[in-house]
Design a protein. Structure first.
Length: 89
């Protein structure tokens, strides 16, 4: 199963479950995490269900390319990291 991990920047705002998912693409994988914590959706996706501008997803070390469709493939042994960009100076 693909493992989906949310970085601790998001933990300041809501619980961030680590999820094992049988999903074959990114969107259903994220949906499995949102099922455990629906509040997380608003921090990761915008009102059009696209990745927020300040969120980056890496699948097996590569940045996801489908920010709106979220249709990047997941393998059974994939590792997915969901990161919130940091800002400030």
């Amino acid at each position: 199963m693909a493992r989906i991990t949310f970085t601790q920047q998001l933990a300041r705002f809501t619980s961030v479950p680590e999820v094992d998912s049988a999903a074959t693409t990114l969107r259903p994988g994220l949906e499995s995490a949102f099922a455990l914590n629906p509040t997380l959706r608003g921090y990761v996706l915008d009102d059009q269900d696209h990745l927020r501008e300040n969120v980056v997803v890496f699948i097996d070390g590569r940045r996801c390319t489908g920010r709106s469709k979220l249709d990047d493939p997941l393998n059974p042994d994939s590792t997915v990291y969901v990161l919130q960009a940091l800002s400030g100076g």
